[in-house]
Write a protein that binds this ligand. Structure first.
Ligand SMILES: *[C@@H]1O[C@H](CO)[C@@H](O)[C@H](O)[C@H]1NC(C)=O
Ligand SMILES: *[C@@H]1O[C@H](CO)[C@@H](O)[C@H](O)[C@H]1NC(C)=O
Ligand SMILES: *[C@@H]1O[C@H](CO)[C@@H](O)[C@H](O)[C@H]1NC(C)=O
Ligand SMILES: *[C@@H]1O[C@H](CO)[C@@H](O)[C@H](O)[C@H]1NC(C)=O
Length: 550
């Protein structure tokens, strides 16, 4: 029965592919039909739409040849927080020495963009430009950028992907102190001067939301600060989870804005574009019929996206945050508000998952309070009917499983267009992990990653078409397997497989080969085997009645 259904599907797809230009339907809960590059490919997007892959310095480079950063400090101080395998970024896929291999794989993919980050401590080992610049670090990035340009791969360069030089954390607690603004500006100035002739797409800070919350509220990420009672094992070396996240976020916004101002004033002749990267999520009401759940979803949107986007568009925090957070939320002076509002040419949006929102009391006076409770929202992957939001995203016996929802990317894009003045958008991350317990063959046969990527691309294309959202590029996370923040090497996120015993041994996984066909716009049906595998695994979940029809 199952098999017949699968076969019927393959024939249906084959039939559909014959009709050119037919409207593509993006299935939310049926087997995804978009893995077929006859139906959905780069040709369904604009001519100059960039299709690339992404990475970040700490996760791929390895520690050789650079100064110590806060992820080095954090992962050595709290090895168990850096990954349940107790591993860290000391060694990874070693892109510092093997970057040519990276570029080769991107060439094989025919990618037209590469998003990577510069390691601040590789360029300025002691944090401040005044203390010296490492020529070896500059040379490394020059070689990489030149090799990309040679292959017509557009570099999207992130200045800060969480790996702050440790010395700036030790001296003044990094983003908790305003001194960060000048140091970040000096570092950016050097980068614009060095690389700005070749790099035309700059990203200031990756995922503005993450360091304040995970780094200063929960203590699960570097630098690892939180209130004494928030970490049940009392490992945070200091912090206040109720107050510090708002100060850190505020200083991120000011540092970001200062760098954008510098770029616009001093480097206009480079004719590049600059913006921040936001982590986005979509929030659906836990119970659609319950107004308090609909309000919770709205409130969550304000605390998750509005926290940064209202300052970036209007120079002020959302009213609901001002009301709830009160004096813990810093104020912008008039001059700062002016500097922050409009401080981007584009927005980089990362999207992975959607959650259900319901009201949850905010225990402000509890010693376990964190800024993340201020929204007064509880988030789950199942709704009031006990249905999961979509296919399994990450299996996690300790923290709980997560599930994904491809249509969420549609809602997020639509929301950013309507709420925030129709910005120019690049999707700077979207991707799927598989467990490292899989053997090589299993890891390479990653049909679930194809399901994930193609279903999101399907909805991305749909929202561009339906709503005219100004999206100009998409970067799959990640180029290759690498160190994952807080998970070590227990998961693999790459479109190419890295053999940890022989780092030169890399192979495109099935998802990489699919992305290659997708980018190439090639008329080549995937093998029947591909489709049977991915759709059947999906059907099984559906038959168990586990998926929501939200
Ligand atoms: C890359 O793209 C070019 C131009 O579109 C095409 O001729 C070539 O075959 C592609 N290469 C691969 C590996 O798909
Ligand atoms: C955090 O700071 C606030 C404001 O100074 C204070 O009221 C609160 O008790 C502090 N929380 C902890 C856990 O120290
Ligand atoms: C910010 O301004 C508001 C209204 O002007 C005021 O109530 C609040 O106390 C100020 N917050 C801080 C941290 O200064
Ligand atoms: C890319 O397209 C070209 C020309 O259409 C074709 O010859 C080539 O095989 C394709 N490459 C892949 C990897 O599909």
């Amino acid at each position: 029965m199952k098999l017949l259904y699968g076969l019927a599907l393959v024939f249906l797809l084959a039939a559909a592919s014959c009709k050119a230009d037919e409207e593509i339907t993006c299935e939310q809960n049926e087997p995804f039909t978009c893995g077929n590059t006859d139906i959905l490919s780069s040709k369904n997007f604009g001519k100059d739409f960039i299709f690339g892959v992404a990475s970040s310095a700490y996760q791929i480079e390895g520690g050789r040849g650079r100064g110590v950063n806060v992820w080095d400090g954090f992962s050595h101080r709290y090895p168990e927080k850096s990954g349940s395998d107790l591993k860290n970024g000391d060694t990874s896929c070693e892109s510092y020495t093997r970057w040519k291999k990276d570029v080769e794989i991107m060439g094989e993919l025919n990618a037209t963009g590469y998003r990577f980050s510069l390691a601040w401590s590789r360029i300025i080992p002691k944090g401040k430009v005044s203390r010296g610049v490492n020529q070896g670090g500059l040379d490394y990035y020059h070689s990489l950028i030149d090799a990309l340009l040679e292959k017509n791969i557009t570099p999207f360069v992130t200045l800060y992907h969480w790996d702050l030089p440790q010395t700036l954390q030790d001296e003044y607690e990094g983003f908790l102190d305003r001194q960060i603004i000048q140091d970040f500006k000096d570092y950016a100035d050097l980068c614009f001067k060095e690389f700005g002739g070749k790099v035309k797409h700059w990203i200031t800070i990756n995922q503005l939301f993450t360091v304040p919350t995970r780094g200063y509220a929960l203590g699960t990420d570097a630098p690892g600060r939180c209130s004494p009672m928030v970490d049940s094992k009392h490992r945070c070396y200091g912090g206040n989870s109720s107050t510090e996240p708002y100060i850190v976020a505020h200083n991120e916004l000011l540092a970001h804005a200062a760098v954008v101002d510098l770029y616009r004033k001093n480097y206009a002749d480079q004719k590049g574009k600059i913006g921040p990267v936001m982590i986005t999520r979509w929030f659906l009401p836990y119970d659609e019929a319950d107004p308090s759940c609909r309000e919770a979803a709205d409130r969550m949107n304000q605390f998750f996206h509005g926290w940064y986007m209202e300052p970036l568009t209007k120079g002020k925090y959302p009213d609901i945050m001002r009301k709830i957070v009160g004096s813990r939320l810093p104020n912008f002076t008039e001059a700062e508000a002016k500097l922050v509002a409009g401080s981007y040419d584009f927005l980089g949006l990362n999207y992975y998952v959607t959650q259900y929102a319901q009201p949850k009391a905010n225990p402000l006076l509890s010693e376990k309070h964190t800024a993340m409770m201020d929204a007064g929202v509880g988030l789950t992957y199942d709704n009031s009917r006990g249905e999961f939001i979509g296919p399994l995203f990450i299996e996690d016996k300790i923290a709980g499983n997560s599930y994904y929802y491809p249509k969420g990317i549609y809602y997020v894009m639509e929301y950013f267009k309507t709420q925030y003045n129709d910005p120019l958008i690049y999707v700077t991350e979207n991707g799927f992990s598989t467990p490292s317990s899989e053997n090589r063959c299993e890891a390479i046969a990653d049909y679930k990653r194809i399901d994930y990527l193609c279903s999101h691309l399907c909805f991305l294309r749909k929202v561009i078409k339906d709503r005219g959202v100004n999206v100009r590029g998409y970067f799959a996370w990640a180029l290759g397997d690498n160190y994952e923040f807080c998970k070590g090497f227990t998961v693999r996120f790459g479109l190419s497989y890295v053999n940890w015993d022989d780092l030169d041994d890399r192979n495109l996984k099935e998802s990489g080969k699919w992305y290659q066909r997708f980018i190439n716009g090639t008329s080549k049906n995937p093998t029947k085997q591909d489709f049977l595998r991915s759709s059947l695994s999906f059907l099984k979940a559906r038959r168990r009645g586990l998926l929501a029809d939200a």
